[in-house]
Write a protein that binds this ligand. Structure first.
Ligand code: IMP
Ligand code: MG
Length: 218
C-alpha cells in the first residue's frame, strides 16, 4: 500500500509492499528476508527521478552523494534525470563495522564549489539522522542557494533529532537492512534487492554490537 512520506510536496515515500519473501538461494544463509525487491526499487527510483527532474528544472544543480552506500541508488537515479548537473562526493564513515553508529569520520571532502548553486544531497539511509545533520550543516556553511536531501531509505522510528529528507525512496521499519549499496561491515552491498540481515550474522561476528540483544529489530 502506498503511504505518504514525510515531506509531501516533493516526496511520496512508499512502504515496501511484500515484506518477508525468502531471498534467492545464494543469500539465504545471511539474509533473513527480502524487504524490497528489484522491481519495487526500479519503479520507485523512476518516480523519484521524475519528481527531482521537475523540481530542479532550470536549476544550477550539484548532486552531492555520500560514499559508499549511495553507489547503486545514485547510478540508477542519475541516469534517469535528464538535467544538466554536476556530481561530487563526500566520504563519511559512520559505522565501525557494526550495526550501531560510531564516530563520524570524513574520508573525502567536497571538491566542487557549491556557493549559490542548488544542491541535492544524496544518502543511502536516514537512520538516527546524525550523519546527514552534520554533513548538511557543513554544506550549508559553503553557501548553496538551496539544499535538499534525498535518501533511498528512511527509518523514522530511529530518529534522534529534527532532520527530515525532502525525497524518500522507501520508509521502513526498524530493521538492519543490506543490499542495493547498503552494507554490514562492508559486505552485502551488491545484493540487487534490499534484505533484512539475519541476526546470526552480527551475533556471530560482532561482539560490540549493542543491539544484538534487541534483535530482530537490528
Ligand atoms: P545515521 O547517522 O544514524 O542516520 O546513519 C546513517 C548511516 O548509517 C547510513 O548512511 C548507513 O551507512 C548507516 N546505516 C544506518 N542504518 C543502516 C542499515 O539498516 N543498514 C546499513 N547501513 C545503515
Ligand atoms: Mg554504511
Amino acid at each position: 500500500m502506498l503511504k505518504r512520506g514525510i515531506r509531501q510536496k516533493t516526496s511520496r515515500a512508499t512502504r515496501p509492499r511484500r515484506a518477508g519473501k525468502t531471498p534467492p538461494a545464494p543469500w539465504r544463509k545471511e539474509i533473513q528476508s527480502v524487504l524490497i525487491s528489484r522491481r519495487q526499487i526500479a519503479r520507485r527510483v523512476r518516480a523519484l527521478a521524475s519528481q527531482i527532474e521537475k523540481d530542479f528544472s532550470g536549476a544550477d544543480l550539484v548532486i552531492v552523494a555520500l560514499l559508499n552506500g549511495t553507489v547503486f541508488f545514485l547510478a540508477d537515479l542519475l541516469r534517469q534525470i535528464s538535467l544538466p548537473l554536476r556530481l561530487d562526493f563526500i566520504g563519511v564513515s559512520s559505522y565501525g563495522g557494526g550495526t550501531e553508529p560510531s564516530n563520524l569520520v570524513f574520508t573525502k571532502e567536497l571538491r566542487l564549489d557549491v556557493r549559490g548553486r542548488d544542491v541535492l544531497l544524496v544518502d543511502d539511509i536516514l537512520d538516527t539522522g546524525g550523519t546527514l545533520s552534520r554533513v548538511s550543516a557543513r554544506l550549508r556553511e559553503l553557501g548553496p542557494r538551496r539544499l535538499k536531501i534525498c535518501v533511498f531509505l528512511d527509518k523514522p522510528s530511529r530518529r534522534d533529532g529534527q532532520i527530515q529528507a525532502d525525497y524518500v525512496g522507501f520508509t521502513i521499519e526498524n530493521h538492519f537492512v543490506v543490499g542495493y549499496g547498503l552494507d554490514y561491515a562492508e559486505r552485502h552491498r551488491n545484493l540487487p534487492f534490499v534484505g533484512v540481515l539475519h541476526p546470526r550474522v552480527y551475533t556471530r561476528r560482532n561482539v560490540t554490537c549493542e543491539r544484538k540483544a534487541s534483535a530482530p529489530g537490528h
